[in-house]
Design a protein around this ligand. Structure first.
Ligand SMILES: CC(C)(COP(=O)(O)OP(=O)(O)OC[C@H]1O[C@@H](n2cnc3c(N)ncnc32)[C@H](O)[C@@H]1OP(=O)(O)O)[C@@H](O)C(=O)NCCC(=O)NCCS
Length: 392
């Protein structure tokens, strides 16, 4: 077991000499019971807990770097020591912190490091984490780390407290963790990412279902929406300027506005604001062959990104495309819009084989940024390659 470091913290193995520090915090009735164990009664009990409970292979004392004294505990419960999984590549995260240290962001800091350790060093695919009903602080910590709610169990046995409670279970997958980390470093259209053109395809018989969140609805293009479309695409960084947007409109849509009244879609909020758009189109260079539709100019307004609008919008557009008789959809995209690639892959789009062959280097970049399971055949790139000029 290796110690780990974060900006303020040291995570290290528990030692018998920690017994007094452990007792100081674990005697507090506000700490143990919310986690499911009674307050410690004396130092001897704390010593015995260090020997018998905190001795697991992935159980760490949380210490402030300056004095290395234990102020809390964080652990990964591996297969056999958790009820949440029976797989070797999954584990459960558990933690508690001494009360004087609450409210300083210490637990998310420790959790982020041990989660990195779980995925990068231990090869985990999933980390589970639970909290008992009412423990809002713990819930918040899990949200901050990117966990997503899975299910609730009522009448959950809490043996050490001789009672039953309602428990909530959250999950963080390796893929979601990878996307989160990439988002912290690379934005949509991040110019540091080497640029490759990518093409994906999807059979229109296999469109998944995705519902719009409450409060939003779909609308079609109406005369006068050209400016709204340009402004929306610009906030999503699809264009650097209004002029660029006007040029794109001219190239793709000018003179075909009548078609857009059924083919171009917007997601609109209750106040009538258009927040996202995508179009069921075709290849304008070859003309409409009636078989392969093009998913065109997908964008979510900058301030509406991350709200779950993209998948319902795209599936809606694909359903419409299917209703027009198209059998297959393709979508052109690029490495710099890697988050859009992840969304397309989630929806069942796959790299067109010829494109995957030619632009393998590009797909390797998307694999690195998203960790997407559909890109299993691609090797991730190194950190240096991620920001190198193409062809370097
Ligand atoms: C790519 C784009 C269309 C996605 O739309 P969105 O509405 O922001 O995305 P969603 O809210 O539906 O989230 C999609 C995924 O992004 C990730 N994500 C988005 N925001 C996130 C956030 N703040 N934190 C963590 N993950 C986030 C999640 O992985 C999410 O996947 P999930 O469904 O598994 O949770 C949008 O960001 C966009 O317009 N980008 C710029 C334009 C562009 O790239 N267009 C495509 C050109 S081909």
């Amino acid at each position: 077991m290796k110690a780990m470091h974060t900006e303020r913290l040291l995570l290290r193995r528990w030692e018998e000499s920690d017994a007094e520090d452990l007792f100081r915090y674990a005697r507090d009735p506000d700490v143990g019971p919310v986690c499911g164990w009674p307050p410690h009664q004396n130092v001897e009990e704390s010593l015995s807990v260090i020997r018998n409970v905190l001795s697991g292979p992935e159980c760490y004392a949380i210490c402030l770097k300056e004095d290395r004294k234990a102020i809390g505990c964080i652990d990964l419960r591996l297969n056999g020591s958790t009820d949440l999984t029976d797989r070797d590549d999954e584990c459960e995260l558990g933690y508690w912190l001494g009360k004087p240290f609450w409210g300083r962001g210490i637990m998310p800091e420790a959790a982020k490091e041990i989660i990195r350790h779980a995925f990068e060093d231990l090869g985990m695919e999933k980390v589970w984490c639970g909290y008992y009903d009412g423990n809002l602080k713990s819930r918040r910590c899990q949200e901050k780390c990117g966990f997503r709610y899975q299910w609730t169990t009522e009448e959950l046995d809490v043996p050490k407290m001789h009672e039953t409670r309602t428990g909530h279970v959250n999950l963080l997958t390796k893929e979601a963790w990878t996307v989160r980390n990439s988002l912290l470093r690379f934005d949509n259209h991040d110019p540091r990412i080497p640029y490759y053109e990518l093409m994906l395809e999807q059979d229109l018989n296999d469109i998944p279902e995705a519902d719009l969140p409450e409060g939003y609805h779909f609308e079609n293009y109406r005369p006068g929406d050209r400016e709204v479309w340009i402004a929306l695409e610009k906030t999503a960084k699809e264009f650097g300027s209004i002029e660029e947007g006007e040029a794109a409109w001219q190239r793709y849509y000018a003179g075909r506005e009548k078609e857009l009244e059924t083919r171009m879609f917007f997601v609109t909020d209750e106040g009538g604001q258009k927040l996202a758009t995508a179009t069921a189109y075709y290849d304008i260079r070859t003309g409409d062959d009636g078989k392969t539709g093009w998913l065109h100019w997908v964008a979510v307004r900058r301030d509406a990104q991350g709200k779950g609008l993209s998948k319902p919008l795209i599936t809606h557009v694909l359903q419409y495309m299917k209703s027009l008789g198209y059998r297959r959809a393709v979508v052109p995209t690029q490495t710099t819009t890697w988050l859009a690639c992840k969304v397309y892959l989630d929806l069942g789009f796959r790299p067109i084989p010829r494109n995957a062959e030619r632009n393998r280097a590009g797909w390797r970049i998307v694999k690195t940024l998203t960790g997407h399971p559909a890109l299993r055949e691609f090797e991730p790139v190194t950190e240096g390659e991620l920001t190198a000029e193409p062809g370097e």
